[in-house]
Design a protein around this ligand. Structure first.
Ligand code: SF4
Ligand code: SF4
Length: 507
């Protein structure tokens, strides 16, 4: 067992109001510069919709993430080393600026400098890239609140199954929810493995994936390899940039900017301990629908004395172990199992997880003439929710509707129980028992999901610079051992892919 710690995030989608505050504060902090005007390290998508960049989830087109080859070995979908090297100068699998959007500014000078005349002067949009007047036809959140959905939301790659025929975009029949996205700081990051320069790396101490600007040569293999399209090329410097998980704040024990400023208070940050020796095996799980359990199987129980001993041996400090025991992320992902990863089928083992949204289920029960206190009526309503189970399953469980239904039933039972107890009614615990919760656990989960304070939502231990030497005792290699090649990847590519901040890596 090789224990490593990762700072991970969970978002409770029921609470996202789509205000985009997280995106704006992130942009102001990290990408408010020439060359990355089009880049949103954090963006908030309306689902259903094609997303940003357009149809990024279509891996047949963009070749992101990992897949199993004919012999069941884990390989990059973008191809092996030879194929990637051959496409260094002409890579057909890169999104163009049209797939993101053309960044614009406005002709503000005209507003104050236009000569007096009969018309009110206007500020026409100008392309930031060419300086020429342009028409605004797309944007990072063009589809906000299902804007234009009847025309283009059908292009959402998650709507490709037969079941999607029942998804309607008429106002009275449709559904929507917001999906905030950032780099997943994956356990098995395709971007790191695809980088020919060794510029992308995953930090040993906290799992944050960064780009070393000094090493980046602008080959853009990371952009193709990332299935979430969360690496951006700065067109002024020609180098890759991405979400840094606000590492200077994390090192100081503070939450990321997007978390700190989240209006819905739906983000949680905490440590997950994991066994780095099992990452490769988990990512290569044969059945896509087993990847969720496989990834959960890599995470370690911080209360297990054996795990704690192995963690100490790996150089993980005591206060980090204490933080791992208090981690809200561990509770939501492993203890209560209500958080799910985005597109586990990409096999990168993402570390930003989501509590799926629950439509107003208790109203649906009453609307159908049911009894809100009858578990059978409540659970039956979950299968008739406005947001189709199949859609959520496409996003979070590689199509397994049973897992999504199980999570939604747990949340429904929790809601029903807390409603009864808040109203002073006699609580029927049979619904809770049916989803594997006791009354005490339900209250704990309710506290976490509904009323958790700042200190409960963000449990981020400060970095230990003085322990940097101890961390170097951990073998400096990528968690995934092979990509079908018997050699460790660091030998295969000639680069160390796990690095410490003290090595001088910069974002
Ligand atoms: S989500 Fe982040 S860590 Fe994962 S492959 Fe993309 S850029 Fe790399
Ligand atoms: S700030 Fe929070 S509530 Fe607002 S869009 Fe971002 S994640 Fe959603």
């Amino acid at each position: 067992m090789r224990v490593l710690a990762q700072v991970a995030m969970v978002m409770n989608l029921d609470k996202c109001i789509g205000c985009h505050t997280c995106s704006v504060t992130c942009k102001q902090t990290w990408s408010n510069r020439t060359g990355v005007e089009y880049a949103w390290f954090n963006n908030v998508e309306t689902k259903p919709g094609v997303g940003y960049p357009r149809r990024y989830e279509d891996q047949q087109r963009w070749k992101g993430g990992w897949m199993l080859d004919k012999r069941g070995r884990l390989v990059l979908r973008s191809g092996g080393r030879v194929k990637r090297l051959l496409s260094l100068f002409a890579n057909p699998d890169l999104p163009s600026i049209e797939d993101y959007y053309e960044p614009v500014t406005y002709d503000y000078d005209n507003l104050v400098g236009a000569p007096a005349g009969p018309d009110i002067p206007v500020a026409r949009p100008r392309s930031v890239l060419t300086g020429r007047p342009t028409a605004i036809t797309w944007g990072a959140n063009w589809e906000d609140g299902l804007g234009g959905a009847p025309e283009h939301a059908g292009g959402d790659p998650n709507l490709s199954g037969e079941w999607a025929r029942k998804v309607k975009f008429e106002f009275e029949q449709t559904f929507l929810f917001h999906l905030p996205r950032l780099c997943e700081h994956c356990l098995n990051p395709a971007c790191v493995s695809a980088c020919p320069s060794g510029a992308m790396y995953k930090r040993t101490e906290d799992g944050i994936v960064l780009v070393d600007q000094d090493r980046c040569r602008g080959w853009r293999m990371c952009v193709t390899a990332c299935p979430y399209k969360k690496v951006y090329v700065n067109h002024a410097t020609g180098k890759a940039e991405k979400c840094t998980f606000c590492f200077p704040r994390i090192e100081a024990g503070q939450p990321t900017v997007c978390s700190e400023t989240c209006v819905g208070r739906l983000r949680y940050l905490g440590l997950l301990l994991y066994d780095a020796d099992r990452v490769g095996e988990a990512a290569a799980t044969a059945d896509e629908q087993d990847l969720l359990d496989a990834q959960r199987g890599v995470f370690l129980d911080p209360n297990d004395p054996e795990v704690a001993a192995a963690a100490r041996e790996s150089g993980i400090p005591e206060d980090w172990l204490a933080a791992a025991r208090r981690s809200p992320v561990y509770d939501l992902v492993c203890r209560y199992k209500v958080a799910l990863p985005l597109h586990p089928e990409y096999r990168t083992l993402p570390m930003v997880w989501y509590v799926p949204p629950l439509s107003p289920v208790l109203d649906a029960v009453t609307g159908a003439g049911g009894d809100q206190n009858d578990p059978d009526h409540v659970f039956a309503a979950v299968t008739r929710l406005r947001i189709p189970l199949e859609y959520l399953a496409e996003l979070f469980t590689a199509g397994d509707t049973d897992v999504v239904a199980g999570v939604l039933m747990k949340l429904t039972a929790l809601r029903s129980h807390m409603r009864s107890s808040t109203l002073g009614e006699e609580a029927d615990e049979s619904a809770l028992a049916a989803v594997g919760l006791t009354a005490g656990e339900a209250e704990d989960l309710h506290r976490l999901l509904a009323v958790a304070k700042y200190a409960d939502r963000y449990v981020v231990p400060a970095a230990h610079k003085e322990d940097a030497a101890a961390l170097s005792a951990i073998e400096n290699r990528c968690p995934v051992e092979t990509t079908g090649d018997p050699q460790p990847r660091k030998v295969m590519l000639g680069i160390p892919t796990l690095r410490r901040a003290s090595d001088g890596g910069r974002a």
